[in-house]
Design a protein around this ligand. Structure first.
Ligand SMILES: [Zn+2]
Length: 363
């Protein structure tokens, strides 16, 4: 069968590889729709971000290597011994980070805290191929009301559900969200469903601001057109937002905000407020911690998404409570177009893309 393999950074090739054989606890799937995550698209080009050292080491010692592909919708072809929750024909999506099943955290039913398990696409081959093996524990069945294209976004949506849960929203909390890419728009919709009061979003792209308004923002500020921190303070009676999500930071080479938006997020939070850091910066960030201390700010990082979070995304999208279709701007066709999807996703700003570019595997 055909699979995209990395022979090094910026060197992906469509190779013939042996057919995978389904083992115990695994299912064999045919990927239907797949998208690179922003992190994967950056790593493919050797840009330092999350997991860069691990991927570099693997490429140096194991290439050619099937990498990436944890954001997908796939159809089950075959189930391995012991698999009980699925049958052939089911459509599935996955969470990426899995518990190890062996450590004290996993044994004490706190496997959501385990960091020792494999990550699909990083430690296990993902879905940029004609057929893939996946562990049953990673998967959720996709409701028939959810399209293949929407289902490929459920992994990212489950991370957004975890991020909003981390914020511990209270009813009527004022929420500000920096960055209206896919995760920013997801956090907006989930926060709205979770009892948020006034919702203020910030982006520097007019098209992102428009989608944001459509999906429920009370105010969608263009960061190029106003003083963001002063405007948020004005809109909140001078005190700032109860909860701020920072979803815009990262390498300016990819059209991201560096750490400017993190500083703005800190400035926009009320004293005692919570800042949830969703972005990855890819390099150290200089921060005046005393400023956080002085204002009793909580700078939090999202928990890993669990099976329960992933199940919840199916409910949210199937019922129409979270809308994903508006965010899907680029859909390509055929396994050959995978490298193009990586290119577009690595510089979404230049391509006016909101969600990563998707590939429908069949024409
Ligand atoms: Zn564990």
């Amino acid at each position: 069968m055909k699979a995209w393999r990395f022979h090094g950074f910026s060197d992906m090739r469509l190779d013939d590889v042996p057919e995978p054989v389904c083992g115990p606890g695994q299912v064999l799937v045919e990927p239907l729709c797949i998208q690179p995550s922003v992190t994967e698209a950056q790593l493919a080009q050797g840009i330092p971000t999350l997991a860069y050292d691990r991927i570099k080491r693997r490429l140096e010692t194991e290439a050619p290597l099937q990498l990436f592909g944890h954001e997908f919708c796939a159809r089950i072809l075959e189930i391995g011994r012991g698999v009980s929750r699925f049958r052939p024909g089911d459509r599935v999506a996955a969470r990426a980070k899995l518990p190890c099943g062996a450590c004290p955290l996993c044994h004490s039913e706190r496997s959501d805290l385990c960091r020792s398990g494999p990550v699909i696409g990083f430690d296990l081959p993902g879905c940029f191929c004609e057929r893939a093996l996946l562990p049953e524990i990673a998967l959720v069945r996709v409701d028939e009301r959810i399209s293949d294209s929407e289902a490929a976004c459920l992994q990212s949506l489950s991370d957004s559900v975890a991020a909003v849960e981390t914020a511990q929203l209270r009813i009527a909390d004022t929420v500000a969200i920096f960055g209206q890419g896919s995760m920013g728009l997801e956090c907006l919709q989930i926060a709205r469903l979770s009892g948020a009061g006034l919702i203020i979003t910030i982006d520097i792209r007019d098209e992102a601001c428009q989608i944001s308004k459509k999906l429920g923002a009370d105010h969608a500020l263009n960061g190029r057109a106003c003083d963001v921190v002063a405007t948020i303070r004005d809109l909140t009676g001078g005190i700032g937002a109860d909860v701020v999500f920072e979803c815009a930071g990262g390498s300016p080479k990819q059209g991201l905000a560096g750490h400017t938006t993190l500083l703005q997020a800190i400035g926009a939070a009320r004293s005692g407020g919570r800042i949830v850091g969703v972005s990855w910066f890819g390099s150290p960030v200089q921060l005046d911690v005393d400023h956080l201390r002085e204002r009793s700010l909580r700078y939090l990082f999202p928990d890993i998404s669990t099976q329960a979070h992933l199940q919840h995304t199916v409910r949210l999208v199937a019922s129409g409570r979270v809308r994903l279709a508006e965010t899907i701007t680029h859909v390509l066709t055929g396994i050959e177009s995978v490298p193009r999807a990586f290119e577009i996703t690595a510089s979404k700003g230049a391509h006016k893309a909101i969600n990563p570019a998707q590939v429908m595997m069949r024409g």
